[in-house]
Structure formats: structure tokens, C-alpha cells
Design a binder for this molecule. Structure first.
Ligand code: GLO
Ligand code: MG
Length: 344
């Protein structure tokens, strides 16, 4: 049994299409996924606004709320809750150049509209967290935007959301690149800085995804620690990533067990989860995977978290203290490796 509660999004069970080839698995209806999430022991579902209300651009506010209510009833039926809602600001024609930082005023208006509707949807789903994965907020062509104005526009957009709903919390999910080349919020440090400049910093925090830290050349556990030090790590997306290449969303621990151990360790040591935070899994099955095994990456990730929890419970803090006093870090490192390899 894990001490954590887990969440995942419907996009984590996907059809396997990539930039170079079509889908390889049939789509699974949303309700089927939710049912399976509950069966697997997940506690919450993460949503993009249009995962909850697919045709929202063509609906009135009342229609959007009505549709979201139905999704809430479905969650209730399976004993699940919504963790967050994220406005999808990267697919629509009006977000080609980013939403909040687009050079077009009409596009920025659309982004504002979508984020306010995301808040309405979150309220209907009974959650108070909005996640901003700023997919296209940055530049493909450096000279196309004024980078200072870009950051200011981002802060202005967040201020708008905070003013729209006095209870909502905004979590920025840092990512250095992909699909954008130069992102305005590449690391959790940037997220903390942006949060501090908003009108209500107490309601703006961060979500750290392991792969995004690795893409920035950083250690995910250290990025989490940075957010924890500010009391602003309000969400995580555990997964794994083989180096600084395209975003892979591999099962947690599949590439780097020591880094995975240290992520679980820093979360446990700092009481992550005690205020209701979830371990979000932002993992994708490999394209090779057949449909009958397309939830396996989620189950494997949960299992690795649990196995790492056991390793953390076994961690010999007295030995660590002694070896640190001796400055014998070779011995400490070897101890960690042996712990992970099962010989300690
Ligand atoms: C992509 C992101 C993405 C977000 C999701 C929620 O790189 O990790 O999956 O987490 O859209 O905002
Ligand atoms: Mg993510």
C-alpha cells in the first residue's frame, strides 16, 4: 500500500500517434478510462478543460456547466475526484502563437475566455486547482516577441484568473521546450518568480514533471525540493526521460532508478501529500504497446513509487550522518546503490 494518492489524465491512455506516424491503438471512451483508473487504485482524474467538456468553444456558459456537472456525476459514480483542470491553449487556431503571450489581441482574448471557462468547469467538478502547462508561451522565432512583455503578459493573465475567482489556485507546470523552442517558464525557479509577482502569490504555485526537469538538464528531485522550500509544490507529474531529447513521458523509474528514488525521498521527507496533494502520473505507453496492455505503464509507475517508498523507509539516516561527518561520499553513494540493487 502506498502512502500517496495517485491521479492521471485521460490523455495518459492514448492512441500512440506520434509526429511521424498515425495512431496505433483504438480510442477508449472516457468512461471506460475512468472506470479502469478506479479499478487500478487511482484516486483522482486530471482534466484538460475539453476532456471534461469536449465541444466547449461552441457552447454557452450554462451548457458548459451542465456538461461539467455530468462529468462530476460520473466521477462520483466511480468514487473518483477531479484533481485539476488545465485550459488547452495549444490546439486551437487562435493559439498558434501561444495564448496568453500571443502577439494577436484576439488570440489573447480567446486565451482569457478559455481560462475563465476552465475555472467554471473546475468549480462544477469540485476542484480548486487550475494547471497552466504553457505549451506555446514563448517563441519559435526569438525576435517575434518581446520577452519581457511576454513574461508581463503571463503575469497579467494569471492576475485575471485570480480576480475571476477568489478561491481558485493556479499551478504553473514548468517545461523548457517542446512544442515551443524557448519557453517563458522553463524551470520551477521561473515559476516561483512569476508567482511572487502576481497579485496574490499565496494562490500561485507549481507543478513539477520529472521529464520536464530532465529536459532542462536539471535533477527532478532538486526541482521538487526548490518548490517544497517555498511551500509551493502543489502537484507533481512523475515519469521518466532518457536524456535531453523529445519529451518521452516514460513510466516512472524506467530510465533512472536513483533519480526516481530521490524524488520519492524528497516528497516523503517533506510531507508531500499531507495537504491533499496527489502523485500525478503523466506517463504514456510506448507506441509498440497493444491495446490490451495500454494501462500497464500506469500500473508500473505506481508500483515503482511503492517500491521506492519501501527503499526510503529502509534508508539508514544514522549511516548517512556518519558518512557525511567523515565526508566519505563514495561510501554513501555506494550505500545508496546497494540499497537500490537490493543487497542492503
Ligand atoms: C506535456 C505536459 C502535459 C500537461 C497536461 C496538463 O508536456 O506534461 O501533459 O501535463 O497537458 O496540463
Ligand atoms: Mg505534465
Amino acid at each position: 500500500m502506498s502512502q500517496f494518492k495517485f491521479s492521471a489524465g485521460p490523455w495518459n491512455v492514448h492512441e500512440g500517434g506520434d509526429a511521424f506516424g498515425p495512431t496505433v491503438r483504438d480510442s477508449i471512451p472516457f468512461e471506460e478510462k475512468v472506470k479502469m483508473f478506479a479499478k487500478m487504485g487511482l484516486s483522482a482524474v486530471q482534466f484538460h478543460d475539453d476532456d471534461a467538456v469536449p465541444d466547449m468553444n461552441n457552447m454557452t456558459l450554462d451548457e458548459i456547466k451542465e456538461a461539467a456537472k455530468k462529468v462530476k456525476a460520473l466521477l462520483d459514480q466511480y468514487g473518483l475526484v477531479a484533481e485539476f483542470v488545465a485550459p488547452r491553449l495549444w490546439e486551437d487556431g487562435r493559439t498558434h502563437d501561444g495564448g496568453f503571450t500571443s502577439m494577436s489581441e484576439t488570440d489573447r482574448e480567446f486565451a482569457k475566455w478559455r481560462s475563465e471557462r476552465s475555472i467554471d468547469i473546475a468549480n462544477e467538478l469540485g476542484c480548486d486547482k487550475i494547471v497552466l502547462w504553457l505549451a506555446r508561451e514563448g517563441t519559435l522565432c526569438y525576435e517575434s516577441k518581446n520577452p519581457v512583455q511576454g513574461v508581463e503578459r503571463l503575469i497579467e493573465a494569471i492576475n485575471g484568473m485570480l480576480a475571476y475567482d477568489p478561491a481558485i489556485k493556479v499551478l504553473i507546470e514548468s517545461k523548457p521546450n517542446e512544442p515551443i523552442d524557448r519557453s517563458y517558464c522553463p524551470t520551477l525557479g521561473h515559476v516561483m518568480a512569476v508567482a511572487s509577482k502576481t497579485n496574490d502569490p499565496s494562490r500561485v504555485g507549481g507543478l513539477l514533471e520529472s521529464a520536464h526537469a530532465i529536459l532542462a538538464g536539471l535533477d527532478p528531485a532538486n526541482e521538487m525540493a526548490f518548490g517544497l522550500a517555498f511551500d509551493k509544490l502543489w502537484g507533481v507529474h512523475l515519469n521518466d526521460q532518457n536524456g535531453m531529447k523529445y519529451d518521452q513521458d516514460k513510466a516512472f523509474g524506467a530510465e533512472n532508478l536513483r533519480q526516481s528514488f530521490n524524488q520519492v525521498k524528497v516528497l516523503i521527507e517533506n510531507g508531500y501529500g499531507k495537504k491533499g496533494e496527489y502523485i500525478g502520473l503523466d506517463v504514456k505507453a510506448m507506441r509498440t504497446q497493444k491495446i490490451e496492455d495500454c494501462y500497464r505503464h500506469l500500473a508500473n509507475s505506481m508500483k515503482v513509487v511503492q517500491l521506492m517508498e519501501e527503499k526510503v523507509a529502509k534508508f539508514d539516516y544514522a549511516l548517512q550522518k556518519k558518512l557525511v561527518a567523515e565526508r566519505n561520499y563514495e561510501a554513501l553513494e555506494m550505500y545508496v546503490l546497494e540499497l537500490l540493487l537490493g543487497s542492503k
